[in-house]
Design a protein around this ligand. Sequence first.
Ligand code: ITT
Length: 192
Amino acid sequence: GRLIAATHNQGKVRELKDLLEPLGFEPISAGDLNLEEPEETGLTFEENAELKALAAAKASGSPALADDSGLAVDALNGAPGIYSARWAGESKDFNLAMEKVNQALEDEKAAERTARFVCALSVAWPDGETVTFRGEVEGELVWPPRGSNGFGYDAMFVAKGETITFGEMEPARKHAMSHRANAFKLLTEALL
Ligand code: ITT
């Protein structure tokens, strides 16, 4: 049946479609349905994923899948974390957001540039039921950014054991190891 991808982020829409299509789902994005974006008032990735999924399921009458994700930098005590989108400002400028992350690491004179991407995926049904899963991928932040694949902070993130950034990586390879892929594995194991 119909599944709403409860996100207005085109990068996520693309990745969620790539993950869902092999399973026979053709998700409709919340943007295409002109669903309103709820305010992200949660204090965790899981809370925000759940509130976005519930809002879309209730508004559309169909099950909805939401993704709340971000970059957590160890030397910055987990920032930007759930505020990863907000660090890019109104204009959603991720070159600026990446610069802010790098500047914060330099200001801290951080010895470690370790970080992880985190993704919470939540499925909600119109009756109010929800299930939520969390995935992570560990890595290191490089400067300057490299590559134009992916979105967000991909160009400065090198996953553990890799030499190229997510921005330089083929989408299929990122999809095999990303935080989103890891959350998605747990979701499919639980639901399918
Ligand atoms: P929706 O709430 O509409 O889904 P959003 O962009 O506001 O879109 P988030 O609040 O979850 O979503 O923000 C997550 C941010 O973290 C996102 O804008 C990216 O900058 C970053 N991010 C998440 N996953 C990423 C990935 O796979 N690669 C690079 N950056 C990522």
